[in-house]
Design a protein around this ligand. Structure first.
Ligand SMILES: Cc1cc2nc3c(=O)[nH]c(=O)nc-3n(C[C@H](O)[C@H](O)[C@H](O)COP(=O)(O)OP(=O)(O)OC[C@H]3O[C@@H](n4cnc5c(N)ncnc54)[C@H](O)[C@@H]3O)c2cc1C
Length: 333
């Protein structure tokens, strides 16, 4: 067993300082990190507990009409906060689709952003091939069981997917991640926060060493009236997404003014379906347009041998989620 030290950070500067020590990592709710430690996937020497830093556990309004969600806000609190429920229902729905009530009570927004893939080969150290766990070792999923793996943006090094529900909604809402580190504070647009695997699948995000996530900012609410988070999974609850769709629309009658569509369960990062959005923007929402847009979203899909079903499933999920966001009962106009 490895010896581990534990310390509580009192403020942001103290946390950033403490994490510079060799082998130190932040711990939020611990719902992912402790699992990784128990399995021998993560082997930190020092845990810097950030959950006692004051000021990072609130949701506040911003001068521009948006909101700031502190990195230490628990997933349940974020899901049930009046501002999130009323103004960003897409995000509330995504939170509530994730994990279980007990886990949501522990999990923090910062930790959710950084939760690691659920690829079985990454979690099981009996498999020696995993470029995400041990760079250069190979990818056991390529020839193994890859039913739940990526169909977009994968590389020959890694076909794992980002498992978060929250991240899919934040991608659709164009969130901004605020971080504080040795070089000071910076803001990272959500599209730039998570990475595709390329030849460095061990690196999930563009966060620099020692940076603490302090908050997530959301722009003013444009999609409170027409939004839907659809999660397709093997069990009705307590299961990660096979496919998920965050659909948010601005509508003028049956015309789509602005469409935002992000997909989960398809790639190493939440996947914005930009081609589909462009085909819907400024158009009447007909089923023909919507089916064409859904097909465009998956045009570049490269499924694995076990997950060809995901391509059609994702297309159908887009059609259903957009229809539900538009208020078409039962998901079909
Ligand atoms: C059985 C089970 C089922 C689940 N099902 C789902 C699901 O269906 N959908 C879903 O989306 N999620 C699911 N989850 C994952 C869950 O949402 C995450 O475990 C949780 O969000 C992680 O948050 P945390 O605060 O516990 O993170 P931790 O475990 O504390 O930390 C995770 C990582 O983030 C880092 N970190 C934490 N906070 C910060 C910060 N502020 N700044 C910088 N680094 C930080 C840590 O160092 C660590 O590397 C499930 C988890 C379990 C165990």
């Amino acid at each position: 067993m490895d010896a581990i030290s534990y310390e509580r950070a009192g403020d942001v500067a103290g946390a950033v300082r403490a994490v510079q020590q060799p082998g130190a990592v932040f711990i939020g709710g611990g719902t992912n990190l402790l699992d990784l430690m128990k399995g021998g996937v993560a082997r930190p020497m020092r845990l810097i507990d950030i959950t006692h830093i004051s000021g990072l556990d609130t949701i506040t309004t911003l001068p521009n009409g948006g909101i700031r969600i502190g990195a230490l806000v628990r997933n349940s609190d974020a899901a049930n906060h009046a501002l999130v429920r009323e103004q960003y229902p897409l995000l509330s729905q995504a939170f509530l689709a994730g994990a279980s009530a007990q886990l949501r009570n522990m999990a923090t927004v910062g930790g959710n952003l950084l939760q690691r893939t659920r690829c079985g080969y990454f979690y099981d150290t009996a498999f020696t091939q995993c470029n995400k766990r041990t760079p250069g070792s190979g990818c056991a999923a390529l020839d193994g069981h890859n039913r739940t793996h990526a169909i977009l943006g994968a590389s020959p090094q890694c076909i794992a997917v980002n498992p978060s529900d929250m991240n899919v909604a934040l991608a659709a809402l164009d969130a901004v991640v605020r971080v504080n580190g040795p070089a000071g504070e910076r803001m990272i647009p959500f599209a730039d926060f998570h990475r595709l695997p390329a030849d460095r699948p061990d690196i999930d995000t563009t966060l620099q060493a020692g940076e603490l996530i302090t908050a997530v900012d959301l722009p003013p609410p444009l999609f409170s009236a027409n939004a839907y988070y659809l999660k397709v999974r093997d069990r009705a609850s307590y299961a990660f997404a096979l496919i998920s769709v965050a659909a948010a629309l601005q509508m003028d009658g049956n015309h789509v003014t602005t469409a935002r569509i992000a997909l989960g369960g398809v790639a190493h990062k939440p996947w914005r379906a930009s081609a589909a959005e462009q085909m819907l923007n400024g158009q009447p929402l007909t089923q023909a347009t919507l089916h064409n847009a859904a097909a465009a979203a998956l045009r570049d899909a490269r499924p694995q041998h076990d997950n060809r079903f995901k391509v059609q499933l994702a297309q159908r999920a887009i059609v259903r989620a957009v229809n539900l966001a538009a208020g078409h009962a039962g998901g079909v106009a």
